[in-house]
Structure formats: structure tokens, C-alpha cells
Design a protein around this ligand. Structure first.
Ligand code: GDP
Length: 479
């Protein structure tokens, strides 16, 4: 049990608590001491093994050099808030009215492809239709990389701002080349020279200043010089990247976004990274699977096949995959179902293991008895600073029932419960106390998934009563 493992650790000279994550070497050491063979397997390794058991290799173009064909670059638009990312994506979408496509790109499916002419050659570019580096980093955190090039939008009247710098860091960490869109060139006070100079301080050096970064002055609002920007993307892709994929294999790629449509069921936008995706293919995407019943493009039109770098909305999956899930075509429905079910079982097991370890108000007594913790950690969020302070003060006054047992507030704040709060609570193993506030957006699902206990109150004494009952072992667990 955890308590005795902690003792063995202590004997080995390692101080640890029962809920702490341990480095691989320490786990090996623990195994040696207890005469167990410890094998550390990453989720990625596990998935690779699963696919290998079906003779599938994910992430590799099959065949030889000759089978590879050029594919369009995939672009993510990043930059500081209000610098024009959304406007730019809209303007490019609207300016690209291909003849015969009345209304241009009308559907938001999470990504779109546009055409441009560079050196008299027809070229294509795929844009991820969600601006900002959050989606980009969330995907990377899952080991998936959809983006080939980052378009960094910088307002010429405002210059480099905190999120500009962050976006540069993320692009560099991912080794993704940057193209700078110096936006709002129409605004009085726009000073592109100053911004160019400023960017060099962040290691983004324009060609005009002796570097290799294309910096293009545009006005997203007026639709000015968008062609110049598209050309810069193509040229950067040609100069810095060798984007090729085998279009003749079973398709593989990533889910970009997905939702449940009342009438049509699961609608998942996938980006094909290699191979050719066809209607009728059996696919598995994360723990969703099914046969591709139909595919829609960004014009809302039915398409029969999708080649590398092409985003399409897929109909026919059993459930809704998550952004960043990989997808692949398999031999038949049976294989798809088996892979999906094994993934689902593994995920469920991992979640259980994760959340059963976490401290909640309901399991606090057990945590205490097992010697895992003797301090209940709280993170307080409220709608007003006055109520947060009052609540903190009262909670800290609770007599936790002995000298060794205590309550500690590790953080407090005004406003909705954010992703940051949940991450902090998860890493510290704290409970979140929400006073007249709720989690914003999808954060309540996030908290569920991470096993973070959030308690909601609108009356201070109720909060105090419940926390007091928990620390004194009087709280009745709710199942
Ligand atoms: P985001 O937060 O980066 O997505 O920024 P938005 O695209 O929402 O743009 C913020 C504001 O700047 C909006 O009011 C846009 O209309 C405006 N804007 C965007 N591009 C331009 C531009 O090129 N010129 C001018 N004058 N305004 C712009």
C-alpha cells in the first residue's frame, strides 16, 4: 500500500509522499529493492505497441523516396490579442473565392485550404482556423504537430507584446519557421520599421535586416497585400521545409476539432497528413471509430477523397474524438473497433488511477489515515474580493482536529475558475472552493478528467460547515 511504499522509499533515502510522481530511475530503484521487475512505458509507446499488434505503423510514410509527393504547408496564425488574427483568417477566407464556389469559404470546419499563384504556379496553403498558440501547444502537448509554418501577426501600431513573445517561443520550441504579418499598416501611427527592429531582439530577423524571416506589411481590415503574405508562406515553405508525403497509402493524420451534430451525429474535422482518405474507409480516431459515410470540405461540399494537407469534415464516427487525436485508416471495421476499444479501456484505467489518487473532501479522512497528507490544501475563487477574504479567514480558523492536521490556503482569486486554477490544484493536490463562481467554458470537464474536486458554495457558513465536517471526518461521502 502507499504508506509502506513511502517507508521503503525513506529507507532508500528518498523522501516522497504517496501522491507524488516519481522519476523513472526512482521507480526502478524501488523495484530492485522489492524484487520486482519494473518496466516504464509511456502512453505513446503503449499506443505504438497496440498499433504494431495490428501491423500498423503510425506517423511514417510507407514506401520509398519516389512515392513521396510535395504537399501544401499547414499554417497556424498566432500573435497578441487584438492584433488582427481573426480578421486575417476571415479576410484570407473571403478573398479566396474560387470560381464556381459561390460565396467562397462559408463553413467553419476548423481549417481551410486556399489557392495562390507563385511564380506562375498554382499553390495551396492550409490554414488552421483557430487563431492563437493555445490550440498549437495543446496539440504539441499530446505529441501531435499539425503546423508547418507559424504566421505571426504583429500590429504595426502596437509592436511586440507579451503574447507575441510567447508565440515566438512556442514556434521556436516546435522548430516551426515564422512568417511575420505586420498588420494594421493602414492605421495612423503604424511604424513597421520600429517593429522590425523590435522583433530582432526576439531573434526574429527580417530579410531586410540581414535575417531569413519574411516580414510582410498587410492590412487585414482592408484586405491589402494578402497575396504577398500567401506568397511569403509558400516561399518560406520552399526554402526552409521539404514538405512531402506519400499520397498513395492508407490515410493518417490528426483530428483538428469535432462536435456532435443533432441530426448528423459526430462531425470530426481531420487533417490528412499522409495517404489518401476516401469515403467508405474504416477509420479509428482516438477512441472513436467507424466508416467514413461522407466527407465535407470548407465549402460545405461533398468530397470523395482527401489528399495530404487537406482538411475535411468526416461523418460516420461512433463518437466525438478530441482535438489532437490521431486518425488512421485500417483494414476493416473490426480492426477499427478493436483499436478504439483498447484505447478507451486504457484511458479509463489511467483516469481512474489518476483521480483515485487525488485528494477530495470526501476521501480526506482516508488520505489522512494513510499518512499521505496531513494538510488539506485549498484554492479559493470567488466573485468578489471581500467574500474571498472573508471565506479564507474563516476557513483558516477551522480547528482541524489536532496539532498535526491543518488547513492551508495555497491560492485565492476573484473570477471564474480557469484552466490555470485547475492545473495548480491538480499539481498541488488541492481542492478548489468556488464561491458564487463556476468554471469557465469546458473547465468543469477538465477538472473531472484530472480528478480535481471543485466545491461550489453561495453561502459562507455552508462552505465552512462542509470543510469542517470533512477535516473532522464527519462528511458523508456522496456516491
Ligand atoms: P485578434 O484578437 O488578434 O483575433 O484580433 P481581431 O482580428 O479580433 O482584431 C482586433 C481589432 O482590430 C478588430 O476591431 C479588427 O477589426 C481590427 N483590425 C484587424 N486588422 C486590422 C487592420 O489591418 N487595420 C485596422 N485598422 N484594424 C484592424
Amino acid at each position: 500500500n502507499p504508506a509502506s511504499l513511502v517507508q521503503v522509499m525513506m529507507h532508500l533515502g528518498e523522501m516522497a509522499t504517496a501522491t507524488q510522481s516519481l522519476p523513472d530511475e526512482t521507480l526502478q530503484l524501488l523495484g530492485d529493492e522489492l524484487k520486482y521487475k519494473v518496466e516504464v512505458v509511456s502512453p505513446e509507446d503503449e499506443d505504438r505497441e497496440l498499433l504494431e499488434s495490428f501491423s500498423i505503423e503510425f506517423g511514417e510514410d510507407s514506401g520509398s523516396e519516389q512515392d513521396l509527393r510535395p504537399r501544401p504547408p499547414v499554417v497556424t496564425v498566432m500573435g497578441h490579442v487584438d492584433h488582427g488574427k481573426t480578421k486575417l483568417l476571415d479576410s484570407i477566407r473571403n478573398s479566396n473565392v474560387v470560381s464556381g464556389e459561390a460565396g467562397g469559404i462559408t463553413q467553419h470546419i476548423g481549417a481551410y485550404q486556399v489557392g495562390t499563384v507563385v511564380d506562375e504556379e498554382d499553390r495551396k496553403i492550409t490554414f488552421i482556423d483557430t487563431p492563437g498558440h493555445e490550440a498549437f501547444t495543446a496539440m504539441r502537448a499530446r505529441g501531435a504537430q499539425a503546423t508547418d509554418i507559424a504566421v505571426l501577426v504583429v500590429a504595426a501600431d502596437d509592436g511586440v507584446k507579451p503574447q507575441t513573445a510567447e508565440a515566438i517561443d512556442h514556434a521556436k520550441a516546435a522548430e516551426v519557421p515564422i512568417v511575420v504579418a505586420l498588420n494594421k499598416i493602414d492605421v495612423e501611427g503604424a511604424d513597421p520599421q520600429r517593429v522590425r527592429a523590435q522583433l530582432t531582439e526576439y531573434g526574429v530577423v527580417a530579410e531586410a535586416l540581414g535575417g531569413d524571416v519574411q516580414v510582410v506589411e498587410i492590412s487585414a481590415l482592408r484586405g491589402e497585400n494578402l497575396d504577398g503574405l500567401l506568397e511569403a508562406v509558400v516561399l518560406t515553405s520552399d526554402a526552409a521545409l521539404d514538405l512531402r508525403a506519400n499520397p498513395d497509402m492508407d490515410a493518417q493524420g490528426l483530428a483538428i476539432e469535432a462536435y456532435l451534430d443533432r441530426g448528423r451525429g459526430s462531425m470530426a474535422t481531420v487533417l490528412v497528413q499522409r495517404g489518401l482518405l476516401r469515403v467508405g474507409d474504416s477509420i479509428v480516431c482516438g477512441d472513436a471509430y467507424g466508416r467514413v459515410r461522407a466527407m465535407l470540405d470548407e465549402h460545405g461540399k461533398n468530397v470523395q477523397e482527401a489528399e495530404p494537407s487537406r482538411p475535411v469534415q468526416v461523418l460516420g464516427l461512433t463518437n466525438v474524438p478530441s482535438a489532437g487525436d490521431s486518425f488512421l485508416v485500417v483494414k476493416d471495421d473490426r480492426v477499427a473497433r478493436q483499436i478504439a476499444q483498447q484505447r478507451e479501456a486504457r484511458e479509463r484505467f489511467a483516469q481512474q488511477a489518476k483521480s483515485s489518487r487525488r485528494v477530495t473532501l470526501d476521501n480526506w479522512q482516508r488520505t489522512l489515515e494513510e499518512g499521505e497528507r496531513n494538510e488539506l490544501l485549498l484554492l479559493i475563487k470567488g466573485d468578489m474580493s471581500g467574500s474571498v477574504e472573508a471565506l479564507e479567514e474563516s476557513l483558516q480558523k477551522i480547528d482541524a482536529g489536532g496539532d498535526e492536521v491543518g488547513i492551508r490556503v495555497i491560492g485565492r482569486g476573484v473570477g471564474a475558475i480557469t484552466q490555470n486554477d485547475i492545473n495548480l490544484a491538480a499539481s498541488a493536490d488541492a481542492i478548489i472552493v468556488g464561491f458564487n463562481v463556476r468554471p469557465e467554458g469546458k473547465n468543469s470537464q477538465l477538472a473531472d478528467r484530472m480528478g480535481v474536486d471543485i466545491r461550489y458554495y453561495s453561502v459562507i457558513y455552508q462552505a465552512i460547515d462542509e470543510v469542517e465536517a470533512a477535516v473532522k471526518g464527519l462528511l458523508k461521502p456522496i456516491y
